[in-house]
Design a protein around this ligand. Structure first.
Ligand SMILES: NC(=O)CC[C@H](N)C(=O)O
Length: 517
């Protein structure tokens, strides 16, 4: 089989990325050389490819579904929204500009050229490329500048499937309107629909599906049942509210409660996924000091806007709540932007341009923001456990020389040590002082041995009889989820019809549905 397809959605979070992942897994299982593609992603969950390019986390997950290594061409444009209505534009894995929504459009011709080159490059190297749109293809105010949905479909002549989320209601109107508000030329490429997140008996839905076919001349090619627990590797923060389900029961007597501070510009919160896979670990995202009270572990996660989010944390009194915990010897873990906040001082002339700002003073480190972005895939050891991770930051952290103790703690403050070292014990990254740990490394908790060792330590600090499972594998959990997505697609889509679209493109003569635009 040879060809391509674009999956568009009626709304954000309708299920495009799970459908693309499911299609990639289903095709890969059939022996097809398949790659995912998303021309432009707006997301603060990203990762770093082997050659040091930053791409959306969802495309990396879809590459894993396809059984291939992620690369920059799979997500040539990544927009990372920060403060003040502006976004960092990452082009082919590297930041190239900081723009507002309005002047972003001036960059479009350059971005679109890179998008089309990347897609052509993938199509030359893979048999099938499954493309994902962004948001809705029918944002008619932006249609003339679209490089991700119908703009891409038209330029590359891609057949388009539209997926709608029935769980929110209004799915028939969404499907119909998404088609009928497009031009005749765009409609010619729109070949069918998929209904996602259905709970119930499909027979009840059938009259509506039949009517949509009559009204649009296009089939509903599948009804995907609602799947729980799809929170791994997501791309946007809508998923923070996703149902993580009930964790597996704890192996010891106690559960372990993890509170993750829900920073306004939270980034790479997929770091937390690895905690959620441990039996008996209950993860909550929190925004008030009261919610920290019963937490065994508090995580201050990554953020796109360290200084702004630190101010937010202080406004809410979370700074004092975290400091009290640290003083009481309870565990606090800062990751990337969260680690930067835990230090003594932040000098930022690039991200917030706020100059020098005091940190929370819980770790003896200083942060200096650099114009250059660090994108890396480091690895090392923590207490003998191997750790492979990735780094995405402008803020560079230096541990204070000659001060072995955490600030503010006086003579009783615990000695600080590096968190990750190389095999010879030389420091690589991070700092730990008693129960307060920080690192710039993302994904460290995905390393099973390190996660187990850390959670065992956390349970001790928190006084919980919590026992880690000896055999939880994060990678196995991820693969199981990708298999579930592959099954979802294999079992509930009209796969022969989808494959025909991939091979032959949009059939001629798709009816035009008025009014169009
Ligand atoms: N991934 C992060 O948390 C980044 C932290 C911070 N915004 C930086 O660029 O350094």
């Amino acid at each position: 089989m040879n060809g391509a397809l674009l999956v568009a959605g009626t709304t954000s979070d309708a299920g495009k990325s799970v459908l693309v992942a499911g299609l990639c897994r289903r095709l890969a299982r059939e022996g097809v050389k398949v790659a995912p593609f998303k021309a432009q992603n707006m997301s603060l969950n990203s990762m770093v490819t082997a050659d040091g390019a930053e791409i959306g986390r969802a495309q990396a997950m879809q590459a894993a579904a396809a059984g291939i290594a992620p690369e920059a061409a799979m997500n040539p444009v990544l927009l990372k929204p920060g403060g003040a209505m502006s976004s960092q534009v990452v082009l082919l894995g590297r930041p190239v500009a900081e723009v507002s929504a309005l002047n972003y459009h001036d960059l479009k011709p350059r971005l679109f050229a890179a998008v089309l080159d990347s897609l052509a490059d993938l199509r030359a190297r893979y048999d099938v490329v499954v493309c994902e749109g962004a948001g809705s293809p029918t944002e008619i105010n932006l249609r003339d500048r679209d490089i991700t949905n119908m703009g891409l479909a038209r330029a590359a002549n891609l057949p388009v499937l539209v997926v709608g989320d029935i769980d929110r209601g209004g799915v028939f109107a969404h499907l119909f309107g998404t088609l009928a508000l497009l031009s005749a030329e765009d409609q010619a490429l729109m070949c069918g629909f998929v209904v996602n997140k259905f709970r119930g008996d499909v027979r009840l839905l059938q009259p509506g599906l039949d009517r949509i076919r009559e009204l649009t001349g296009r089939p509903v090619l599948g009804v995907l049942p609602y799947l729980r627990g799809l929170w791994l590797d997501v791309e946007d923060s809508l998923a923070l509210d996703a149902d993580r389900g009930t964790p597996e029961p704890p192996l010891g007597d106690d559960i372990l409660r993890v509170a993750v501070v829900r920073l306004p510009h939270i980034s790479n919160f997929t770091d937390i996924d690895a905690l959620s896979v441990e039996p008996g670990v209950v993860v909550r995202f929190v925004a008030t000091p009261g919610e920290l009270a019963d937490a065994d572990l508090v995580v201050v996660p990554g953020t796109r806007a360290t200084v702004a989010d630190l101010a937010w944390l202080r406004e809410r009194g979370l700074d004092a709540a975290i400091a009290r915990r640290a003083a009481a010897g309870l565990p606090v873990l800062g990751i990337c932007g969260g680690y930067q906040m835990l230090g003594r001082e932040i000098e930022d002339r690039y991200e917030s341009r706020a100059g020098v700002v005091a940190g929370l003073g819980l770790l003896p480190v200083r942060v200096r923001f650099a114009a250059e972005k660090t994108l890396a895939r480091p690895s090392g050891f923590a207490d003998g456990e191997p750790v492979a991770a990735y780094e995405i930051h402008h803020g560079v952290v230096a541990v204070d020389a000659g001060t072995g103790t955490a600030a503010g703690g006086g003579a009783s403050a615990p000695e600080s040590e590096p968190l990750f070292t190389n095999a010879e014990g030389a420091p690589l990254d991070g700092c730990r002082a008693g129960s307060v740990w920080g690192t710039l490394w993302h994904g460290a908790l995905e390393n099973d041995g390190f996660r187990r060792a850390y959670l065992t330590q956390v349970a001790q600090w928190a006084g919980r009889r919590f026992v880690t499972s000896p055999d939880t594998s994060f990678e196995a959990a991820r693969q199981a989820r990708l298999d579930a997505l592959g099954d979802l697609v294999a079992d509930h889509l009209d796969n022969a019809a989808v494959d025909r679209l991939i091979k032959r493109g949009a059939p001629a003569g798709m009816p035009f549905i008025p009014p169009g635009v």
